[in-house]
Design a protein. Sequence first.
Length: 475
Amino acid sequence: MPVALLRNEVRVAFLGRTSTDDQQDPRQSMLRQLGNCKASIPESWVIVAHFYDVESGRMELNQRGRGENYERYDIPIARDGGVNDLLDEATHKGRRFDVVICESVSRVARRTYEGLSIERELEWVEVPLFASNEPITLTGSRAQRILQRRINQSVAEYEVLNTLEQSWGGLCTHVREGWNIGKPPYGYKAKTYRHPNPTKAAKGQTKTRLEPDSIMAEAVTQIATWRHHQGLGYGTIADLLNADLAKYPPPQPPSKARARGAWSKSSVCDLLRNPKYTGFQVFNRRATRSKRGKVNSPVLWVWSPEPVHEPLIPKWMFDEMAAKRRARQGSRDDDASVHSTATRTYLLRGMVVDACGRRMYGSFRNKRVYYMCSARSNNRGRPNRYSDHAEVVYVREDAILEGIAAFFADRVFGPERRALLEADLANVDDREAEERRAEAERVERALADIERRQAAILRQAQDGEDAFSRGLRQT
């Protein structure tokens, strides 16, 4: 034990933490923690500083103590800072305290690693960490105290992980049954249902499903039609929507301060990437709490097993747009450059693709227009997937235009276009199409057989004279 603990009066720093206000009452929790700490310390010990945070105990140590607006919780305890302020003051020779007291180690941190890190930093500067739910002794076996502390830390981490797992399982079940979580997406509104649990229903609790919301639902379908059938870019679609805001009202963000009153490319993009418009209920698209809204991989999304509300975008159309999205990334709908100093436009801008799969860019050299691809120069910081690619691949625009003109002259408007098309079709490998056709015929036969059997059962129920048929008709 440090020598300071052998004095008659020991200066104590209170360390508290409470979860955010949507989990518990910070004011009541902090007063309880301070009261328990005061009741557990020896009579000669005096609390001279108060450090506390209102935040999750599962945060990384370097992110702790950054909360603000403590005054809105009306906590009647003068705050000297958070946990990082306590650790910083503990390293100074003129610190105001000799020991640190908390209600329990779970208040220091919910995860064992962060709790041990804080405890070790205090130990290096000879500042012991005590807890009100553990014996505060200056003599006796230190090994026994450490054993009890580690057990308490393990229990604290187990409790939070167990709670998270059970909560996660409940949310997944909630979604798979078709119930919505959070604000309905643009184009839908929440339809309220009585809670299926009678006890919760008696308390007035409800659940919601999604249903189309008038003209906004029509706007979603129109956006998908423009994107899929006409191939319009996000910016062009946003301009079309903004041209008639009465017919296509813009989406409203949760925070009114962020409202633009108009459509943007990002709002169109987010709408077309939301799988809820296919009629399925989907959850966990973003790591809202754990990773500050980071978009999760689609393999981590939780889907309902079948459609649970009316779709605004067909599933097949949504999948095709997702597959084409990467190929169109970075392209515009016209050949005009948006740069203020640009003096030249390219007729085939964004339409010429190299054999490597990358879109070629225009370049003017020697009084000619070329389209070029230099894959290596645009692959920084990643493994070189184009190691066998030529340093620069280029083709003249006039050569491409000659090929396009020849194609239209022969294949589209030429007198032999039918014969050329038939010759091409004769060489097409149509085995997959035949297999699909055979599978469709098999399914149609199976459906027809089911319909015949259903009709036979219905006739038997209508005309039968057995007891079951008569009872069925009477019912």
